[in-house]
Design a protein around this ligand. Structure first.
Ligand SMILES: Cc1ncc(COP(=O)(O)O)c(C=O)c1O
Length: 421
């Protein structure tokens, strides 16, 4: 039996209706920007496996560091104990995070980093003796699948069974040049009427909403207002973090820095899961008290796992290297050239780019998550390119180490798709 056949017996895959999509391609090996299936066919990983493996799959620099760490200290409880990998990581990360970030809290994935941020923001006001229970989020945002993260995400047909159990959230439209005045009005009216604890947003790029982008100065206007009302601002940089937008963090494009930042995904370069919620000294200080119960009683068994911390530290070293910084510049330029070539194609409705994130919307009618998405995905895979269209949006978010030749192959497969569909 092939792996693909054996898979069906016991495995339940994420985000999958198994009745409609029972087949799962078995990948046996990955290196650099390539995935290899069980028949030896190769695919360029055009989305860096959900934006994690940004330094290339099975990157030797990271694997060597991780292998050494595995032999020295595998795991230890992070409550009451500490270790060098976490300490070194904290020093390196604080150095690249926006200046106001001072404390790091560990968890396991993007969703839990958001749940931690939400809980932190609720308890921040609770500890100050204020009753603030509402969170404001942007429409169409995506923050993950745990209850808190799901609650602050945009409404989705998939959340039907859970909606009545959501935490208290109000959603406002993503600001545009056209709607900014009405969005500000709506925002202020919520802040005046409700007891708002925090405002959560994906800075500049809403990943799961098909790489929808908004302008920094518009988001800044909302952040200025939030600050006036002492509402904590939470930047979910799970997708945008670590160089993808052309800066280490998308928040660097903004004047108003967030009180709390969520990071995961490429934090560990796809090697092992880990997430961090960072915050300002002011947020942290609100939890410092002789009263035990004012501490933050949240914790995951694998918090600050030394192997994950080592992987993350290696990733930060790579991110800061000249090689990776040059790769980022190279990809930015390459996408711009491709954009100039493709943007007036009759089947391209619009294109957008920030850093190495490139997206194009097809001028084709479809339902979101309808059949077209699967046909496009299969077309790209047959052509040896792994791109996962979101609705009728094709996006590229490839590893920084992708070669020019591999990039060209992605572009050519998109052009071929435009001629075919
Ligand atoms: C912006 C953002 N936040 C949170 C998450 C959730 O992360 P995870 O899948 O690691 O739980 C994602 C996942 O795509 C994301 O894009």
């Amino acid at each position: 039996m092939t792996l693909q056949e054996r898979d069906k017996k016991y495995l339940w895959h994420p985000l999958t209706q198994h009745k409609l999509h029972p087949e799962h391609l078995a990948i046996t090996r990955a290196k650099g920007s390539l995935l290899f299936d069980e028949n030896g066919k190769e695919y360029i990983d055009g989305i860096a496996s959900w934006y994690t493996c940004m330094y290339g799959h099975s990157n030797n620099y990271i694997t060597n560091k991780v292998a050494e760490q595995m032999k020295t200290l595998d795991h230890v409880v992070f409550a009451g104990f500490t270790h060098e990998p976490a300490i070194k990581l904290s020093e390196a990360l604080i150095n690249i995070l926006p200046n106001n970030q001072q404390k790091l809290f560990f968890s396991d994935n993007g969703s839990t980093s958001v749940d931690v941020a939400i809980k932190m923001s609720l308890q921040y006001h609770f500890n100050k003796g204020e009753k603030r229970g509402k969170i404001i989020a942007l429409e169409d945002g995506f923050h993950g699948d745990t209850f808190g993260a799901m609650s602050v995400s945009g409404l989705s047909v998939y959340n039907g069974p859970f909606e009545e159990f959501f935490i208290d959230v109000a959603r406002i439209p993503v600001p545009t040049e056209e709607n900014i005045d009405s969005v500000k009005e709506e925002f202020i009216s919520l802040l005046e009427k409700e007891n708002v604890a925090s405002f959560i947003y994906e800075p500049l790029v809403q990943g799961a909403a098909a790489m929808k982008m908004h302008k920094a100065h518009l988001l800044d206007e909302l952040l200025s207002i939030a600050k006036k009302y002492q509402v904590l601002t939470i930047a979910d940089e799970v997708m945008t973090g670590f160089g993808k937008t052309g800066k280490n963090f998308a928040s660097e494009y903004l004047i108003n820095q967030p009180d709390i930042i969520c990071i995961a995904k490429s934090l560990t370069g796809g090697m092992v899961p880990m997430a961090i919620t960072s915050c300002t000294q002011e947020v942290y200080n609100t939890f410092l008290c002789d009263d035990l119960t004012k501490g933050f009683f949240h914790g995951h068994t694998y918090s600050a796992n030394p192997i994950a911390c080592t992987a993350a530290l290696a990733c930060i070293e790579l991110l800061q290297s000249d090689e990776i910084q040059n790769d980022i510049e190279r990809i930015v330029k390459s996408h711009q050239d491709f954009d100039n070539k493709i943007k007036s194609h009759p089947k391209v409705a619009r294109t957008r780019q920030l850093g190495i994130i490139y997206a194009l919307d097809l001028a084709l009618e479809m339902e979101r998550y309808g059949d077209l998405r699967y046909r496009l995905f299969n077309f790209f895979m047959e052509n040896g390119v792994c791109l996962r269209p979101l609705g009728n949006t094709i996006y590229i978010l490839a590893p920084f180490v992708i070669t020019d030749k591999q990039l060209k192959k992605i572009y050519q497969s998109i052009e071929k798709m435009l001629d075919t569909f």
